[in-house]
Write a protein that binds this ligand. Sequence first.
Ligand SMILES: Cc1cc2nc3c(=O)[nH]c(=O)nc-3n(C[C@H](O)[C@H](O)[C@H](O)COP(=O)(O)OP(=O)(O)OC[C@H]3O[C@@H](n4cnc5c(N)ncnc54)[C@H](O)[C@@H]3O)c2cc1C
Length: 398
Amino acid sequence: MGCFQFLKLYLFNPASAFYTCPLAMTDGAAKLSQIYNKPLAAYFKKFTSRDSKKFISSAQWMTEKKGGSDVRASTETIAKKENATWRLYGEKWFTSAITASVAFTLARIEGKDGLSLFFLETKNKNGKWNNLEICRLKNKLGTNALPTAEIKLKGSIAHVIGEYGNGIKKITPLLNITRLHNSITACSLGKHLHSLSKSFAQQRLSFGKKLIDHPLHKQSLDEAALNNENNFYLTMYAVYLLGLEENKRSTKEQSQILRLLTPVCKLYTAKKNMLVASELLESFGGFGYIEDTGIPRIFRDSQVLSIWEGTANILSLDTLKALNKDQSFQAFVKEVHNILNFVKNKNKEKEKILKKLDQLTTIVNKLSSQSLEESQLISKKIAFFIAEIIIESFRLRF
Ligand SMILES: Cc1cc2nc3c(=O)[nH]c(=O)nc-3n(C[C@H](O)[C@H](O)[C@H](O)COP(=O)(O)OP(=O)(O)OC[C@H]3O[C@@H](n4cnc5c(N)ncnc54)[C@H](O)[C@@H]3O)c2cc1C
């Protein structure tokens, strides 16, 4: 998955009726099927096939009633081995794209500690559900084109992936992919709304002239456009790093930066996109609030981007984890200097970014002497700082 594929998703997203959600999960599933090649090799071809008769989509069922953030503590689904076959018993509270052919899920193996990763076909060979019951489809704020269900696993036949345990660690590569898909969706929805709003402003008259000719209105649109562009810079840089890694061309430092930027990018783009969506809804005046225009739907769809695949708080905590690991911050600092070294002149602007980088370094260096609570309280600010510094560096470079 590289920049070209993400650019296609960027264009496809607004017209996709959120089909990009199952596509994201299937892309993540393709990644897992590469990692766990032994049981899943045959599925990789299905997940990546361009032939609609061979292609299948995949889902991820992690969230249970007791919680989606703390899946380790909240997962109550049990896996039992019955006549050499694994069967799952439990409830999954949010299963988007219940139309998927297969799913990755987490369960506790009876008598063992921790969670294990399981893979299952949603239907059996006769086309009947694999001992699972669809209790109901969720009545959601947005993403209504996407069927999200509550389900019961009633002895669903499944396959354990790898050794027992470490389920969350094993499913993480999938989440790292879907998180970047989330970011490109934020870029795409924001850009779509902006195009509609600009077109509206070029036609709507107020106080004797077109809206676009009122400096204050234009300023609001320009600010939204800037936020969209910033989201795009950040996302495409992370996607570029992902492409390098998937093609085995990434350096150790680039992989470290990708690890750090994945949660940062997901949380930053989702949050900024909500500001953009709110401002642009307002830019249509009363029309923006009326369902027939389609604008409220885009607004509501945007809100999910900061919830699923990890809320902003959870991703801020994940950013802390990345900072504590593998010298990722040092790699990030070096990369900012590399980018700025390409910039000729513009010394004042460069100095401003480097000053910000120094401030961030001071905050990050203090983390080791702070309590866990203190670090957590500053984690979102750090994530935003990281995003802004890399965006501003790229804006200067290009
Ligand atoms: C439309 C939709 C589709 C979804 N599809 C799927 C799906 O297909 N598969 C799937 O597995 N899940 C799915 N989800 C579930 C989603 O991933 C979870 O809702 C999300 O991870 C949050 O979990 P939760 O709802 O249990 O909230 P909780 O985990 O209860 O969190 C509630 C709030 O507490 C905050 N919080 C929790 N812990 C901490 C902490 N340590 N520090 C600070 N703040 C904290 C969170 O940020 C959040 O704001 C879907 C959700 C939606 C809305």
